[in-house]
Design a protein around this ligand. Structure first.
Ligand SMILES: [Zn+2]
Length: 559
């Protein structure tokens, strides 16, 4: 056998490996190791393939093997610095065996360190990874010893100081009785470039980012028909807001939409966009409260490649993506101060600067901002820039909460019913009268969004062909004392005899009526687990009435 292909004794390597069970550590030289069950690694490998797909799993495992090889290359010169180049190189295959990857037999090894030339072929018997792959997937068409190949590539690349790519020409996972690997510099492989992806980092995150941008664009393109139909309401308060919106649509003015959570600010913004001459352009929505403060500037204004760690590629911000259209900034009150300063500049100059960029680019974007907090008081408290507030507040539109426009509840509920029955393929004959009454009595802290959720739930819970009843809308609430027809044919509380008996017991008990009220209120709040709307429903009063009664019980000096 060729002398270059024989292993020197591996005593020097075995001495590196120390088990220290008392300190809970295993060492290879100065590097800490762990013993893992191949069964656990097999399971992890399988999970990776299932959750991120074969290509991404291959990349992650290749990179893990590559890192191991890279570290082991550090031992070569340290341990066998005085030996021949080939003996020094054999540290890799010998360590790979010591670490339990496979039995490695050198077949070809030609290298010239100065010229950077490398050609190597090795035989692997009993690769743990080929076994693992066959265990989960049976015999496959493509070689699968990704971690092991990563190791060989990492070790040899570090040893040679240039990227050496190893590929399998036979593999146990493909049904061969052993694996066979061939390595040479990556640029000498005709398909070398196609393999570079397996050694690169981070591409998964960027792909997910790209995908989420696509989803967002699709959503924007689906939005309009939905938006037009959702602006339902004929109450004066709603009509006033609607008129203001229509009049702003024909202009370029920046609009500030205010109103409680769930009143439909984004729908107003979409409708404004749809009625404007920018309708053919994109509508891009950003929820400032949903983005972490450290990402928001990159998200809004974009980044240049290398602007910060992790900025692997230049990326357009939302402003640029809204070019020619409308940018909707929801919960603008949550913008951090530095981002507020930048936003103000954009509004003043009509130009944005990507993070890490020296030059400004002009943008043609109509801004619609929205907030559910009082921006004036945020300004007073120093949390929001006054100049930005004035800039945004040129054309404010306040969308009233649902409880201030009760006449809109029923038409909205019917509109939503039509939408959700179509969506869930249900045939329903509408709402029961009691359900409609419960809807109008509810005081809607979550506004239209809450109504939407309730109606969708009702559509799902009601039986095919029936009507939506109270318990379908408010399924977690115990049945409320409800109205019926008394013997005189008038609307009255059911079971008046029971009530009379109850009143007599109260009188007999001698409990003062105020204390009784306090206890009943407390019980209702407790039964609805602190949900005041639920408690009010149990008591047959409005949430505001309940809040008033609860407050009345507290000593005046509590605040
Ligand atoms: Zn293999």
């Amino acid at each position: 056998m060729d002398a270059a292909l024989t292993y020197p004794p591996d005593q020097d390597l075995r001495r590196l490996l120390r088990f220290e069970p008392d300190s809970g550590a295993i060492w290879l030289g100065e590097r800490r190791m762990v013993l893992l069950h191949t069964a656990a690694l097999t399971a992890l490998r399988h999970d990776l393939i299932t959750s991120v797909g074969k290509e991404q799993a291959r990349r992650l495992l290749t990179r893990m093997g590559y890192a191991c090889g890279l570290h082991d290359a550090g031992f070569a010169a340290k341990i066998r610095g005085s030996r021949t180049l080939e003996e020094m190189f054999m540290v890799g295959p010998q360590l790979h065996m010591l670490e339990g990857a496979a039995r490695v037999t050198p077949v070809v090894l030609k290298m010239n360190a100065e010229a950077g030339q490398f050609e190597g072929e090795f035989r692997w018997d009993d690769s743990w990874e080929a076994h693992a792959h066959r265990l989960n997937y049976g015999v496959v068409d493509e070689p699968a010893c990704w971690t092991l190949l990563g190791y060989a590539s990492g070790y040899t690349s570090a040893f040679m100081g240039r990227h050496i790519l190893f590929k399998e020409t036979r593999c146990g996972a493909c049904g061969d009785d052993h694996c066979h690997i061939v390595g040479r510099p990556i640029d000498e492989w005709p398909d070398g470039d196609a393999h570079r992806q397996y050694f690169e980092d981070d591409s998964l995150l960027e792909k997910m980012d790209a995908l989420s941008q696509q989803v967002e664009a699709l959503k924007s393109s689906l939005g309009p028909t939905e938006a037009g139909g959702m602006l339902v309401g004929s109450s004066p308060g709603f009509q006033r807001a609607h008129d203001l919106m229509l009049r702003a649509a024909g202009t370029q003015v920046s609009v500030l939409l205010t109103g409680e959570t769930g009143v439909g600010k984004e729908r107003f913004a979409r409708a404004l966009h749809e009625h404007s001459e920018r309708a053919a352009g994109p509508f891009v929505a950003v929820n400032c409260a949903a983005l972490p403060a450290e990402l928001i500037e990159a998200e809004l204004f974009g980044v240049e490649k290398g602007a910060f760690t992790g900025a692997h590629a230049a990326r357009a911000g939302r402003f640029e993506r809204a070019e020619g259209g409308t940018l909707f900034l929801d919960e603008v009150g949550d913008l951090p101060m530095p981002a507020q300063a930048k936003l103000l500049r954009v509004l003043q100059e009509g130009e944005i600067e990507r993070l890490g960029s020296e030059s400004a680019r002009r943008v043609n974007v109509r801004l619609v901002a929205a907030t559910n907090v009082q921006l004036e008081s945020a300004v007073e408290r120093g949390l929001f820039r006054r100049d930005l507030f004035y800039r945004l507040n040129v054309y404010p539109i306040c969308i009233p909460p649902l409880r201030e426009r009760p006449s809109d509840i029923e038409p909205l509920a019917r509109h939503l019913l039509a939408r959700f029955t179509a969506l869930h393929q249900k045939r329903l004959a509408g709402f029961s009268d009691r359900a409609l009454l419960a809807l109008t009595r509810h005081d809607w802290p979550g506004n239209v969004r809450e109504l939407e959720n309730l109606v969708e739930r009702g559509v799902i819970l009601a039986a095919q062909g029936s009507v939506i009843e109270v318990e379908h809308l408010f399924p977690n609430q115990p049945d409320v004392a409800h109205d019926g027809i008394d013997p005189q044919g008038r609307l009255a509380r059911r079971a008046p005899q029971d009530e009379q008996a109850l009143c007599e017991r109260v009188l007999d008990s001698g409990v003062p009526i105020e204390s009784l009220e306090a206890q009943v209120l407390a019980l209702a709040v407790e039964r609805s687990r602190g949900n005041l709307s639920g408690a009010a429903r149990l008591l047959g009063i409005s949430r505001a009435q309940l809040a008033y009664r609860l407050k009345r019980q507290q000593p005046a000096e509590t605040d």
